[in-house]
Design a protein around this ligand. Sequence first.
Ligand code: BGC
Length: 784
Amino acid sequence: MRNYIMKLGVGVLVAVGGLQLATAQKAPQYGKASIDELIQAMTPEEKAALLVGPGMPGYAGLVPLEGEPDVRVLGEAGGNDKVDRLAIPETVFADGPAGLRIQPKRQNDPNTYYATAFPVGTALASTWNTDLIESVGEAMGEEVKEYGVDVLLAPALNIHRNPLNGRNFEYYSEDPLVAGKIASAYIQGIQSNDVGTSIKHFAANNQETNRLSVNAHITERAMREIYLRGFEIAIKEAKPWTVMTAYNKLNGKYASASNDLLTAILRDEWGYKGLVMTDWFGGYPSFESILVEGTVSDVVAQINAGNDLLMPGTETQREALAKAIADGTVNEEAVNTSLRRILEYIQRTPTTDSYKFSNKPDLEAHAEVTRKAAAEGMILLKNDDNALPFTNKSETIAVFGDHSYSFIAGGTGSGDVNEAYSISLLQGLNNAGYSVDKELQALYEPFVEKAVEDENKRREEVGLLADNKRLPEMLPNADLVAAKAKSAAVAVITLGRNSGEQFDRKIDDDFYLGQDEVKLINTVTKAFHAEGKKVIVILNIGGVIETASWKDKVDAILLAWQPGQEGGNSVADVFSGATNPSGKLTMTFPIDYNHHASAANWLGVPAEKPTDVYYKEGIYVGYRYFNTFDVQPSYEFGFGGSYTTFEYSDVKLNTTTFEDEIKVSVKVTNTGKVAGKEVVQVYLSAPANLVDKPSEELRAFGKTKTLKPGKSETLKFTLKAKDLASFVDAQSAWIAEKGTYTVKVGASSEDIKTTATFTVNNNITAEKVNNTFDLDVQMEVLKN
Ligand code: BGC
């Protein structure tokens, strides 16, 4: 980002440290004095210095410029600034969701500082296994701590409003319960190391296009039920040390200056006690605007709303805030409250404990963690005639598709990680003892190497404004493919997609396959099927693609996501059957892009640079829309296959009349031939008299432990009034309506195995809340 700013022709934008304050003789000292004493002793400039970060020295690995301070961890994203006179230390924040993003190499230093690239967020969520996610968090947190970082800028849990969001790979789901529970486990794992997290981007940062200033018009109900609910679950359960506000506006106000969001809801309703920081330059209308003299985010509104820390911080913000503090235009109490929160945060950090970080996290152990997690997040979308697992190691596999040879471990931007190595699919298959066709390998490797080189060159030339382009597929000629169909036992085709910050994905040649990809699938399937041999597709993608037009042509589809640095090994584990796939979709795979209700209002208007985006689909996001409006998907929310089969039985409710809570239990039995785990989903259909409702909504989920064939496990769930409730705008309340509820326990949102009903005798107000998020425009939203 700084490169980008420098390219625009401006030098240093960071605040130059060193506050010249010699007024107080014996200034109170951090560590000895109380927080109140410290705040009292601060000058307006010192207050501003603590409330506004120090800029971007060392950001993402940029070697500090002359005049910029040295950074503790090269590649960090920033941190609070120090105040020398009061001995307040700086602390360090670093990205991001798939593991710690720091620079692997430092100047004049022979050591390396690689971090583990874990599976991307979507892959993690696809496990639906909160214990596993907690263990991933523990491993990530150890790297954070041992590399001298105080806060990991993660988890990221914006809702997959639309498949084209360029950052969906960092996020978890179209469903807020899944997103919230996964985030909660992730935070607890990381913070068990006594380092912090920053849950982001709060809230409704659902597109990259004009992300710094697009005004998202969203009803209060959609905010509360869809876009805030995951944050609410994770924040209440896991208490992240920090929250990062989103860039976008919400009904006319920047998220970082929204009193509704940051005070009425986050603090007053949810009881959040931690620190809130902006996203990088949040509150500025664009990155370019930072360079325009006189432009500054509305620092007064940001602090007054409860956004404690402005990151990464600019000199103009400091000046504006120091002035506002001195002349009283910013609320003094808000300033002191934010200072208090920052100081309370600093007190918790390893920095304050003078923790002697080793710079030697247990990377070997974490490689195992990521390998296991990635395999568990893989989803078997299709498996005709048991094409998988493929156990024949005596014959060769014909491996097609550029990305088999250049496997994508993770996305780009702040969700990236600098890992020591990344296992390609080819290496993974070789490691597992398979032999791959050497002639294809010899053709593909130089082609892919060149394609990757060209793409890297292009990206370098464009600079930070470069989007992701997929590699053009090499198309081996039909005769060669026919020969391989004779000599090899099976064909594997990998299709890849990458995306990242600043750009949303495209419909053509991204969501939909490119002509070259279609051709490759056609050629390979025709030749291999002519020989009675199977074709297995591996999807090495970060977000949803179209599958309906080609899925019938192939025998098996394994959705491997972007599975982190051990990706090839993880795929091989599933391919061979060493791991039985148990991942399930946390989002819908539509038949047609336009089948998503959000497609009609995606990105907003005007099209060239949308300033306003209207969430007219309201609460009907993902399966809530597909199920309610009977739109057939290609693969539905919650879907995922296995090498075994499960039977659901004995669904029981502890009562048929709901008082304060209801307990649901269900027995799951492995009825197949191999051991496996099953994700069990509990949906509720609720009476809809006060407000319209989706036909069903996910209200609980769980995963069995590994069940051997014939073995069973009974999963138990408890639902409280709020789990039954919808948000009723007219009453500013979450209300569980009276009437009959159907509990639908299923293997997916469409594959309901067993149901039971209960009643609620009178409307229950589960929670009365503030009246927030008034729309700033007239907007009709979709109703059932
Ligand atoms: C991203 C954040 C990230 C921050 C710091 C921003 O551009 O939106 O997710 O944490 O940069 O790198």
